[in-house]
Design a protein around this ligand. Structure first.
Ligand code: A1S
Ligand code: SAM
Length: 220
């Protein structure tokens, strides 16, 4: 199952979160060669890993096997701060119902399985549950047919540019019932998420943390 982890339930997932930072280092720094993200402690984390980050992690018998993360666009994002030139046509998205999607990975042993489709279904299912209408993402162009095959509608925010030798584009991806339905048909499952507690809890928790420093202290 794919677990939703936010500040509201992170205390239940300390081990999974730690595993995932190490796996991210192995995959993004060592395999993909994104050397800017290299860290001596072997944990890949950046400025978009904080109390407002929501992780969707696929777990198999206690082991993290894949995942991705979401970050509120009401805060400075990767598109704003690092890749604004990719959003030169439409501007950088910033709205409570748009979240930035990044760090999509599957451990090598689980690639070329249905996990990829389940991870795609997870972003649609979670987004619909939590009132997210779009996710923004900086993607290499080879993602475009993958998303289109899964029924996702994408809108480019600008023109592609070469980043680390890969043609890359900033996009907005719609979260909607139609995309969820298409990808669920491909997965052959109605739900891929493991839920603890009520729906609409994770985004609302993050919004409360951001709205009040006192609440931040009380909820910490
Ligand atoms: C991006 C964040 C946002 C999305 C939110 O026949 P093949 O093997 O060539 O088929 C491949 C390729 O067509 C394509 N593909 C995968 N990696 C590619 C790359 N680096 N460059 C160009 N094309 C690439 O996908 C096909 C299937 O790939 P796969 O690895 O055999 O299987 P799977 O299960 O679909 O897994 C895909 C992912 C991307 C999840 C997996 O390869 C992975 O975790 N890679 C490392 C992390 C990564 O690069 N993430 C994307 C950037 S964040
Ligand atoms: N879509 C990617 C993701 O999901 O994380 C990020 C963008 S993609 C163009 C890969 C490039 O972004 C790599 O060169 C990587 O070093 C860079 N990158 C990712 N996160 C970064 C960060 N926090 N600061 C600087 N560069 C970053």
């Amino acid at each position: 199952m794919i677990h939703v982890i936010s500040a509201s339930n992170r205390h239940l997932y300390q081990d999974a979160i730690e595993q995932h930072f190490k796996i991210r280092h192995e995959i993004f720094v060592e395999e993909r060669g994104w050397k800017t993200l290299e860290r001596p402690d072997g944990r890949e984390m950046d400025q978009y890993d904080d109390d407002d980050t929501i992780y969707l992690l696929a777990m198999d018998e206690g082991k993290v096997v894949g995942g991705h993360r979401l970050y509120p666009t009401t805060k400075p994002t990767m598109i704003d701060e690092i890749f604004p030139h990719l959003a030169a046509v439409s501007g950088c998205p910033s709205a409570p119902d748009i979240w930035e999607w990044s760090r999509y990975f599957i451990v090598p042993a689980q690639r070329d399985s249905d996990l990829n489709l389940r991870l795609m279904a997870a972003v649609q299912e979670f987004g619909l549950d939590e009132g997210i209408s779009q996710v923004s993402a900086v993607i290499e162009m080879w993602w475009m047919p993958r998303f289109q095959q899964a029924g996702f509608a994408l809108k480019p925010l600008g023109v592609p540019a070469l980043i680390e030798n890969a043609w890359t584009i900033a996009t907005l991806i719609d979260i909607n019932e139609s995309a969820l339905w298409t990808v669920q048909q491909m997965v052959g499952k109605a739900s891929v998420l493991k839920r603890h507690g009520p729906q609409r809890r994770h985004v609302a928790h993050s919004e409360r943390l951001r709205s009040s420093p006192v609440e931040r202290l009380l909820l910490a």
